[in-house]
Design a protein around this ligand. Structure first.
Ligand code: HEM
Length: 454
């Protein structure tokens, strides 16, 4: 389908009035949601960061956000599973893998474990129109059997064959972006003009959404990314929810349109599933929102991280420019060395254990993917960036187990094609000035990346 020609549906800006009359209670509901999900965590994290809790510092401290790797080593020195303010935390590759693959750990969250006032606040704050990527029924936060059902429906679009069919489109899109860059002189922001653009255009094609609304996708994606961080400040939470509401409104129109005029894309297939397989409206929203968010909020980071890593290791940039067959392994090394998703976690269920020690049901284990990817027991001299590293692919940047990233193949392909074409077109590209990190903790990437092209 030519997605550029689809007429944009109705406005996505916040309407002046809510016809349901719910606008009176809406601010109170938003506050209830924020309090339980972020406000409380912010308080706990702030207090324990002051007491020296390393995990809390990781999630709060701007300096640690810039460079978390020293703190990872301090945590590693304390053991394979370290108690922290929000459960326990691990930096060990083997433990991370065990937890992610164990059927005794899940992603679901049992509200009945919460104290009654918090349960009531959550119930009062319930609002499907503000749901984000970490709200059920998003695949990321649901356990089997529902997880298995959603994943099976969506994974048909991500088979190796389906992914490689995207290669010509990725090449075409990258080339068009580079043509535009070519017109520019002086310093350009490579994230804004290239790294953020490619993934959003690719995911738009995959999901049959109009490319003309690219700027809004970027806004929605940024909101979805922010809600991944625990302890989000009130103002940022409100802004994120505003974007999420707009996204839900857009999706309603988009699904209706594809029901009338289906295309050859994943969402057309999902909205047209036969009765016995069909997803509810809420499941559709959660699934497509996750694909939109996960599809570009992470890949943009991989591209930015790759450029900065290779600029700092210029000899390796030159090696790749001379021998593009090395790009596959180089992308794995970037994923390992500066992982775009740094943190995830699981909740212990009945029978869970780590290293033979039982973990009580309900306890949270945070797994630091970025730290596991620098575990010296797996990666020799782990802080060294080396595109020839033989076992770079053993990283856990795409997680492991049943939630292993569905888009890993697509992300790898995008990165290899985009980086190869970038170095071919601008072999003399250099970072010019200080790149700025995104104000995020779970995701790691650059907001601005000033470069000179020639
Ligand atoms: C460099 C790029 C990417 C990275 C580093 C990345 C990383 C991850 C990680 C770490 C998870 C699992 C989190 C957990 O275990 O709790 C995940 C899940 C997921 N990713 Fe990605 N991702 C990337 C790109 C993509 C793309 C391009 C798509 C889709 C177009 C995508 C779709 C998904 C989906 C749907 C899930 C949920 C899978 C499930 O819960 O079963 N990702 N990703």
């Amino acid at each position: 389908m030519d997605t550029t020609t689809i007429a944009a549906p109705g406005p996505t800006r916040e309407p002046d009035g809510d016809p349901s009359g719910g606008q009176v209670l809406r601010p109170a509901r938003t506050f209830a949601r924020w309090s339980v999900r972020h406000g409380l965590a912010a308080l706990i994290l702030a207090r324990s960061a002051r007491k020296g809790d390393l995990m809390s510092r990781l999630l709060r401290d701007a300096a640690v956000r810039e460079d978390p790797y020293d703190l990872f080593e301090q945590l590693r020195a304390r053991g394979r599973l370290v108690p922290s303010a929000l459960g326990s935390v691990t930096t060990t590759h083997a433990v991370v893998q065990d937890v992610l693959r164990s059927e005794h750990f899940g992603v679901g969250f049992d509200r009945s474990d919460l104290p009654r006032p918090l349960r009531m606040a959550l119930q009062f704050g319930e609002d499907v129109d503000a749901a984000g990527v970490v709200d059920p029924p998003s695949m990321l936060v649901i356990d089997p059997p529902d997880h298995t059902r959603f994943r099976r429906l969506v994974s048909r679009a991500f088979t190796p064959r389906a992914i490689s069919a995207f290669e010509p489109m990725i090449e075409r899109t990258t080339t068009a972006l580079l043509d535009r860059l070519e017109q520019q002189d002086g310093t350009v922001d490579l994230v804004e003009q290239w790294a953020a653009q490619l993934p959003v255009l690719v995911i738009a094609e995959l999901l049959g959404v109009p490319v003309a609304r690219k700027e809004e996708f970027l806004w929605w994606g940024a909101a979805a990314a922010a809600t991944l961080d625990p302890g989000l400040p009130w103002r940022r939470y409100v802004e994120a929810e505003r974007a999420l509401r707009a996204l839900h409104r857009f999706l309603r129109g988009h699904f209706a349109r594809l029901r009338r005029e289906p295309g050859d894309d994943l969402v057309s297939r999902l909205v047209g599933l036969p009765e016995e397989e069909s997803l509810t409206e809420r499941e559709l929203h959660a699934t497509v929102m996750l694909l939109l968010g996960a599809g570009f909020e992470t890949t943009v980071n991989l591209l930015g991280n790759a450029v900065v890593a290779l600029d700092a290791h210029r000899d390796q940039w030159e090696t790749l420019a001379a021998d593009p067959s090395r790009w596959d392994n180089a992308v794995e090394e970037v994923l390992r060395w500066d992982s775009p998703v740094q943190i995830t976690g699981r909740t212990a269920q009945e029978g869970a254990e780590v290293d033979g020690r039982p973990i009580p049901p309900g306890q949270r284990v945070t797994v630091l993917l970025g730290a596991a990817n620098r575990d010296p027991d797996v990666f020799a001299d782990p802080a060294r960036f080396d595109i020839t590293r033989a076992n770079a692919r053993e990283h856990l940047a795409f997680s492991a187990g049943i939630h292993y990233c569905l888009g890993a193949g697509l992300a790898r392909l995008e990165a290899v094609v985009a980086m190869r074409l970038l170095t071919e077109r601008f072999p003399k590209l250099r970072v010019a000035g200080r790149p700025t990190r995104r104000d995020l903790h779970v995701l790691r990437g650059f907001e601005h990346l000033p470069v000179t092209l020639r």
